[in-house]
Design a protein around this ligand. Structure first.
Ligand code: NAD
Ligand code: ZN
Length: 521
């Protein structure tokens, strides 16, 4: 309906150097008759069958921009097929703009527009279509900008998105993880049309905010969303209930309602804290993760675990809050300090060990300058698989805590001077040594893991961080490990390894053995 899809689609294809396909036109060509003729001879069913056959054919083609008839979007089956082809953009306009484009005689030509007031009829039609359009990947309002600008925007969407991983959630819902470059600039088009408030809250920290919040706000504005920014201090020490209260206050002052999305823009600390705020404020607000650290992309932004630390243990207060979307913009990694990249690699090496096979091979060879996209995707896929199978950590999800029981103890003992990723690296060293002590795995695995961590620039001994454990410190770490929430029925449970790809959850490690492993660090 006069959304400009053919003109804009053709212009975008030209900018990208892609082929352009107009499905209505293509179907008319292959049928040798106009659409009205197909409807007359084959009925609507015949026409829809031709549409699905065409989509199946298009799935075998690369580098194309496809403009579809509106009916294709409304049909759930065809919409699902279209969404597998690549990023799907819904073009919209205001009712008044549609009325202007259609002209005064529109109702005469289009029976569905007949009625007292054309603009009002259009508004009703748009409302009917809204649920289908809100299920697309992007929405672009074509009312206000020139075709040239709009075509550029479409081209940018196509270029930004590299991978999209749908994640199934417990209630039968799902959300997408999107990985690409320049995705923050598309946030507004991703969130527009979802039926949320026209206002969004961005929660970020004092380091990430100055780098990316303005771009996020600009992008939200392009999607018609007004936004405000609430900034928390950076670092693990801020992942605390006091920060949560400050953020509640900021949301109250920002005038949010139950429909206002909360966007976490930052690393795992921002994601965990903002997610907890989104889970609890007004009993729950829509939540979007925009992870900017490698660790948050690989791990913390996926799976819906959110929460904060307390003075008596890490991550003790929290919730399961599934995001509506995870937007991992690789461009943000350019500003990530080297040590934070290393921390992300710790979770990627951990994921490789849990996954085994090629993923372990890829994750153990990432040096300071190696491209990170392939092992990052491996880690994202592993996390997706595990959280889909065990969303509430009854079973397999515990595997993701490989290296974390020792790691959390060390992190807390150091008063968070040891970063989470560094603690995970040291925890992996402890976990493999414990596995060997219990006769679970081959002794050669220790060397492989130490090598992988060293290549990634991660510590394998406390001395590399200028720290050491006295016997009293071992007591202190042990106590912190004991206060970790993963203790079940009195005994501490560890995730250990039989081999890469073969993790095992056990409480067989004695306190004496665990202390001996710590003392070797
Ligand atoms: N919820 C989960 O399932 C889960 C899983 C793993 C880890 N975690 C949590 O994640 C946290 C660790 O995450 P993290 O390592 O991302 O910590 P973080 O959020 O503290 O980020 C690390 C540092 O990098 C900065 N930073 C982030 N992105 C940047 C960028 N693009 N450019 C410049 N600076 C940037 C941050 O400001 C911070 O100073 C821990 O609290 C851990 O418990 C949660
Ligand atoms: Zn972790």
């Amino acid at each position: 309906m006069a959304s400009g899809k053919s003109t804009l689609g053709r212009m975008a294809a030209h900018t990208l150097g892609y082929d352009f396909v107009d499905t209505d036109h293509e179907i008319e060509l292959s049928a040798g008759m106009p659409i009205s003729g197909i409807f007359a001879s084959e009925g609507e069913t015949g026409f829809r069958n031709r549409e699905s056959a065409l989509v199946a054919e298009l799935s075998g083609r690369q580098r194309i921009v496809v403009a579809t008839g509106g009916g294709m979007v409304v049909s759930p089956r065809l919409r699902a097929l279209l969404k597998e082809l690549g990023p799907c953009v819904g073009l919209t306009a205001t009712p008044a703009e549609y009325a202007r484009r259609l002209g005064p005689n529109a109702a005469a030509r289009r029976p569905m527009l007949q009625g007292a007031d054309l603009t009002q009829r259009i508004a009703v039609l748009l409302a009917e279509r809204a649920p289908a359009y809100s299920d697309l990947h992007y929405t672009v309002d074509t009312s206000f900008d020139s075709p040239e600008i709009l075509a550029q925007r479409l081209a940018h969407i196509v270029l930004a998105e590299q991978e999209r991983l749908p994640v199934q959630t417990p209630g039968g819902g799902s959300y997408d993880i999107i990985l690409g470059r320049g995705l923050i600039d598309q946030l507004g088009h991703m969130l527009a049309g979802r039926g949320w408030a026209r206002r969004a809250a961005i929660i970020t920290d004092e380091k990430v905010g100055p780098l990316y919040a303005a771009a996020a706000q600009r992008a939200l504005g392009q999607g018609g969303l007004d936004s405000f920014v609430a900034t928390m201090p950076a670092g693990e020490a801020a992942k605390h209930l006091r920060t949560v209260e400050d953020l509640y206050r900021a949301l109250a002052q920002g005038g949010v309602d139950r429909n206002t999305p909360v966007i976490a823009l930052g690393g795992g600390v921002v994601g965990d804290t903002a997610g907890f705020v989104a889970a609890t404020y007004l009993r729950g607000l829509p939540f979007v993760q925009v992870p900017t650290s490698l660790l948050a992309m690989a791990d913390s932004s996926i799976g819906g675990k959110v929460g904060v630390d307390t003075s008596f243990g890490k991550n003790l207060v929290g919730a399961f809050k599934q995001p509506e979307l995870v937007v991992a913009d690789l461009a943000t990694l350019a500003s990530l300090p080297a040590v934070e990249r290393q921390c992300g690699l710790a979770e990627i090496v951990k994921a490789g060990l849990i996954d085994g096979g090629d993923a372990w091979a890829r994750s153990r060879a990432i040096g300071e300058t190696s491209p990170v996209t392939a092992p990052l995707l491996d880690a994202m896929r592993l996390k997706r698989r595990i959280v889909e199978e065990d969303p509430f950590e009854k079973d397999k999800r515990a595997w993701l805590n490989l290296g974390h029981t020792f790691g959390h103890g060390l992190e807390a003992w150091s008063d968070f001077r040891i970063k989470h990723g560094q603690a995970v690296a040291l925890g992996l060293v402890c976990a493999v040594r414990a596995s060997i002590a219990l006769g679970l795995c081959n002794a050669a695995l220790e060397g492989d893991i130490l090598h992988a961590l060293t290549v990634a620039g991660l510590p394998t001994a406390l001395s590399e961080l200028g720290l050491q454990l006295t016997p009293q410190d071992v007591d202190a770490v042990w106590t912190r490990m004991g206060s970790d929430k993963k203790r079940k029925g009195g005994s501490l449970r560890y995730v250990l390894l039989r081999a890469p790809g073969d993790p095992v959850v056990t409480d067989a490690l004695t306190e004496t053995d665990a202390r001996a492993v710590l003392a070797r660090l």
